[in-house]
Design a binder for this molecule. Structure first.
Ligand SMILES: CCCCC/C=C\C/C=C\C/C=C\CC/C=C/C(=O)SCCNC(=O)CCNC(=O)[C@H](O)C(C)(C)COP(=O)(O)OP(=O)(O)OC[C@H]1O[C@@H](n2cnc3c(N)ncnc32)[C@H](O)[C@@H]1OP(=O)(O)O
Ligand SMILES: Cc1cc2nc3c(=O)[nH]c(=O)nc-3n(C[C@H](O)[C@H](O)[C@H](O)COP(=O)(O)OP(=O)(O)OC[C@H]3O[C@@H](n4cnc5c(N)ncnc54)[C@H](O)[C@@H]3O)c2cc1C
Length: 674
């Protein structure tokens, strides 16, 4: 039975959940958005972009052929890009439309069940022009790129190398006679591979290549390269370009390959903010830090933390709303079947997903602010804070993407069989987010970057030298005693820091032992990498826990009492959950006892029950319009079974009463005539 609410027919279980929520949902929405003003602005943007219905497809994307899907995605990308240039530019209050605005990015998701072929244009091509060009280069390229007169991508990865950038093989050799660079792909493994939009959409790209001048190699540098005619879109002579084929997700992103046959570009097309090649071929290094050409990757790593928090919010909204309307089993024979949300194991699967979406959202804002501060310092020529920021953004990217992918899959498990339907929305979310764990720096590789920093910081702490803020806790690593366990939020955070410090100490000790036993530094490091990854993970969890807790305390200082309570419950749940996931480590590095852990488990289970009545309110507070969710299971009205049937009836397989396969194959086989 359904009931009507604000002109909408709402499933009665969902209506009941909303009636029993005891906090002001809008207040939490404001916290999640970063303030009431941001919520209002977001809603305005969503209204303009989505109310016209331009984001809708006549036929579901999932029923289209790959070619139709791609063309449809280009069609909608063009509609959305035009909206961004016109209506949305002013509303979003951005100087340059779209770039780095999470709201614009989120709203775009209503248009695409997978991704836009323009994602790399806005996500990496434009940011590279902004971050790697001289002012003169910027004034030429940026207006054309922002106005979408040219469309670009970021082609760094090759068939043979993605992680090891220094191992890239594409060459850019300077010819002073003509003042040009000659781009060349000397081997099959040097072909560019993966760049989004490269297959069919873009006419320009940033190419990362080994720079040679005066017979010397100066390492990888970025170049802006035209690959297709600006009018006909035909690939230019010397360019071999195409699409790489079907993938687990990203199937509307036309990821491509690209090879060069002695292809010439003007000298000015090298992006020269950090290094220059003069007309006579002299190489001049401008930047004070050798890794500034990796800047666009750092930017995207920062953006991704926000991106995956948003996608996890979507998955948890779908799974919690569905769990409120779904009834299953009869533990008490005289009572009706309970909502599956009443099962404690279901709460254990889902509430951590909500809490993690909050934790990552708040960390992403904090990370973005730290990034802005680092950029401001670098503008003044000071790169001192870059190593710490690289370590921080690397581990946050790794852990946020990995945790989100895992929890989105857990949300699918929580939805049983129906979660496996494409129309539930969860498979597309998983396929998108699981890729984020790999691209822009693989999980293990980035955690090992953070571990390098941790080991150095540990050695500084050992030598009683000053430490940077995110690793200041390492100063307590030398007290000689195990950290005292205490189950208050601050106590648990201190324990997480003790775990990170303890694991780093174990790594350093083992590496030193191995080196004393005759291993080289490189081999001793390699043998310790399982533990180094674990140390970096522990460090990141301590950072997330500390930031989440501090930010919630700060942001709820003036909130109503019930909002304070529910936000406190969620942060505590996050801390208990991770403490219980790491009991072995806690026993190794803190004074926690078996009894303490048994008590903590009970406290965790009681906390789940306290959060239970507010679960639907908490996901409603993410304020995700149905157009963004693309889900039969997660829509606001909870008409799950009706929507599942409506979607099934749209399947082209249901257009004819008898499939052609019957007369072609089934009948002959069944009649023994095959
Ligand atoms: C509408 C608006 C839209 C907005 C956008 C919205 C959303 C965005 C969402 C999605 C984006 C869209 C799609 C993205 C699709 C994917 C794109 C890509 O994947 S692009 C390719 C990305 N590739 C990588 O990330 C490669 C990973 N590899 C590396 O980063 C490096 O090779 C690696 C592993 C760091 C090693 O580099 P290497 O040069 O070999 O260095 P070393 O290991 O020797 O280290 C030397 C020292 O340098 C330090 N270092 C390394 N990197 C950095 C850095 N980035 N910054 C500062 N410092 C760095 C390193 O720590 C060493 O320091 P010490 O010697 O220890 O002091
Ligand atoms: C959907 C998608 C979109 C992409 N878009 C783009 C794009 O637009 N532009 C672009 O340039 N690239 C793009 N990429 C490529 C992406 O950046 C790389 O795939 C990624 O950086 C990983 O590199 P790899 O593929 O070389 O993996 P590999 O480095 O080969 O990794 C394979 C395995 O080896 C391990 N490994 C590698 N090195 C080490 C090490 N030093 N220590 C320990 N373990 C190691 C990794 O942990 C991993 O388990 C995209 C990739 C995907 C999946």
């Amino acid at each position: 039975m359904t009931q009507t609410n604000n002109n909408m027919t709402v499933n009665p279980d969902l209506a009941m959940e909303r009636a029993k929520c005891n906090f002001n949902v809008l207040e939490v929405t404001h916290i999640f958005d970063g303030g009431e003003r941001n919520t209002l602005q977001r809603k305005k943007i969503e209204d303009v972009a989505l109310n016209s219905g331009a984001s809708k497809d006549a036929l579901g994307e999932e029923h289209m052929s790959p070619k139709e899907k791609y063309e449809n995605a280009v069609r909608k990308s063009c509609i959305y890009a035009t909206m961004m240039k016109n209506e949305l530019a002013e509303l979003s209050g951005l100087e340059s439309f779209g770039v780095s605005s999470p709201v614009i990015r989120r709203t775009a998701d209503a248009f695409f069940k997978e991704v836009s072929p323009f994602l790399l244009h806005l996500g990496m091509f434009v940011p590279t022009i902004m971050g790697q060009c001289t002012p003169e280069q910027q004034s030429y390229w940026l207006p054309r790129a922002l106005d979408m007169q040219i469309i670009g991508t970021y082609a760094q990865t090759e068939l043979g190398h993605g992680t090891f950038i220094r191992g890239l093989e594409t060459t850019a050799t300077y010819d002073p006679e003509t003042e040009e660079f000659v781009l060349h792909s000397p081997t099959l493994s040097s072909y560019k591979w993966w760049a989004g939009g490269l297959g069919k959409t873009v006419n320009y790209c940033i190419v990362v290549a080994q720079l040679y001048t005066k017979g010397e190699c100066h390492g990888t540098h970025p170049f802006i390269v035209q690959i297709r005619d600006e009018d006909t879109h035909v690939p230019l002579p010397g360019i071999k370009v195409g699409e790489i084929g079907p993938k687990m997700g990203f199937n509307t992103a036309d990821n491509g390959f690209l090879g060069f046959d002695h292809y010439r570009i003007p000298r000015e097309h090298m992006l020269m903010k950090n290094a220059q090649v003069l007309k006579d071929g002299t190489y001049v290094k401008v930047a004070r830090h050798g890794k500034l050409t990796y800047g666009t990757m750092v930017f995207v790593r920062v953006v991704l933390v926000n991106e995956v928090a948003f996608n996890l919010a979507k998955a948890s909204t779908i799974a919690v709303r569905y769990s409120a309307i779904r009834r299953q089993s009869k533990p008490k024979p005289d009572e009706v079947e309970p909502q599956i949300l009443d099962y404690v194991t279901q709460q254990h699967k889902l509430f951590i997903a909500i809490a993690t979406a909050h934790a990552l959202q708040l960390c992403s804002t904090w990370l973005w602010e730290s990034f802005s501060a680092v950029l401001a310092q670098m503008k003044g020529g000071n790169t001192d804070t870059l190593p710490e920021f690289h370590a921080l953004s690397s581990c946050l990217k790794a852990i946020s993407t990995s945790d989100s992918a895992h929890l989105i899959e857990q949300c699918r498990h929580a939805c049983g069989g129906h979660g496996y339907m494409i129309s539930s929305g969860i498979p597309n979310l998983y396929n998108f987010v699981s890729a984020t764990r790999t691209y822009e720096g693989d999980y293990t590789v980035l955690l090992l970057q953070t571990a390098r920093f941790l080991v150095k910081a540990y050695e500084q702490a050992e030598a009683k030298k000053p430490l940077t803020p995110t690793v200041s806790y390492l100063a307590h690593a030398f007290s000689g005693s195990r950290a005292t366990w205490d189950n208050s939020p601050d106590g648990i955070i201190r324990s997480f820091q003790a775990l990170a410090a303890g694991k780093t100490a174990v790594c350093v000790t083992n590496m030193r032992k191995r080196m004393r036993a005759g291993l080289s530094q490189v081999d001793a490091w390699e043998m310790s990498t399982i533990q180094l990854v674990a140390a970096a993970e522990a460090h990141c969890r301590a950072v997330i826990a500390d930031t989440y807790r501090k930010e919630i305390v700060r942001l709820t200082a003036n909130s109503s009492p019930n909002v304070k309570v529910v936000m406190d419950q969620l942060t505590t749940l996050y801390l208990y959950y991770w403490a219980l996931e790491r009991t072995g480590d806690l026993l190794m590095f803190t004074s926690v006892s078996q009894k303490d852990l048994v008590d903590l488990q009970i406290a965790y289970e009681e906390l789940l029950l306290k959060i239970r009545p507010n679960a639907v309110g908490l996901v409603d507070a993410f304020d995700l319009r149905d157009e963004l969710l693309h889900s039969t299971l997660g829509s606001y009205d909870g008409r799950v079974y009706e929507r599942l049937m409506e979607e099934a009836l749209k399947s082209p397989m249901n257009k004819e009463p008898v499939s052609d396969a019957y007369s072609k194959y089934l009948r002959p086989m069944m009649k023994g005539k095959l």
